[in-house]
Design a protein around this ligand. Structure first.
Ligand SMILES: [Fe+2]
Length: 281
């Protein structure tokens, strides 16, 4: 009791934990990044097995929302989370055809009747909506700009929210690193140009949210990566050689993930039968 008197916030928190069905006020969920008054609900979520980030973005006014790079294993969590926040998920945006995990957009479509999957047209994958460089997507009062950033794969897309000075870079740019370029039409020269022409040209204060992190980081900025990224600060020639010399292992799940992600997360029976063998490689 004494604690509650001394710490009214603690009492509020205890009440919320004790009554999970209680609706949180929208005001408490808002994170205002930009000074123009346009507010955003923003959550970053993590998939432990593949170090993948999933992002939930919502408009506090209309409650319309999108999810970026959902994973099929965590669809229950994502649906629960967005429902708790009264959000109406409109779109599931894939930054690219992933090789290391199966997208959650297929499962989300089964759970949410009005939900649409989105991916770049260049990716060649199945989806409800295809985007190209320069296209915009809207949810509530929010606008997402699509920037083609090929190199990790041919169809990689970076999603930018100018009102909130944020960009979601997928695997094109990771924190102090970048996605590999040795499979899925990967091309080091293209990745270098994509980062320098489409991401490093954003204002320096923009926050960059990657598709993965393996070091425990969660966010970076354009300014930081322009100075501190050990790969992308190299000359183009040295970068290409660096990527060539990486000699990375073959991704464990690529033979399941890529065919499934080309079909919006639909895992074929053949892939399921072969999965044990692949996982044991
Ligand atoms: Fe990837």
């Amino acid at each position: 009791m004494l604690k509650h008197k001394l710490f009214p916030q603690l009492k509020l928190l205890c009440n919320q934990i004790g009554r999970p069905t209680q609706r949180l006020s929208q005001k408490s969920l808002v994170r205002q990044v930009h000074s123009n008054g346009n507010k955003l609900i923003f959550r970053q979520m993590f998939h432990n097995e593949t170090y993948t980030f999933t992002y939930l973005l919502g408009c506090p006014v209309t409650k319309e929302a999108v999810i970026i790079d959902p994973v099929n294993d965590t669809v229950d969590r994502d649906v629960k989370y967005s429902t708790e926040m009264d959000l109406n998920l409109l779109y599931g945006l894939n930054t690219h055809v992933h090789a290391d995990h199966v997208t959650g957009t297929g499962k989300l479509k089964e759970r949410l009747p009005n939900f649409q999957s989105v991916i770049s047209k260049v990716s060649g994958a199945k989806a409800d909506k295809f985007v190209e460089h320069g296209d915009t997507l809207k949810f509530g009062k929010q606008v997402i700009e699509c920037r083609a950033t090929p190199g990790h794969t041919a169809g990689c897309m970076t999603y930018v929210l100018p009102d909130h000075a944020m960009a979601f870079t997928g695997d094109t740019l990771l924190i102090r690193a970048c996605g590999r370029t040795d499979f899925q039409q990967g091309n080091s020269e293209k990745l270098y140009d994509s980062v320098h022409n489409q991401i490093f040209t954003l204002p320096e204060h923009y926050q960059l949210y990657p598709g993965h992190d393996y070091m425990g980081f969660s966010v970076t900025t354009v300014a930081e990566e322009k100075i501190l990224n050990p790969r992308l600060t190299l000359s183009k020639e040295k970068f290409v050689q660096f990527m060539k010399d990486l000699n990375l292992a073959y991704p464990k799940l690529i033979d399941i993930s890529v065919p499934a992600n080309l079909k919006c997360g639909e895992i074929s029976r053949q892939a399921m039968l072969g999965s044990e063998e692949i996982l044991n490689k």
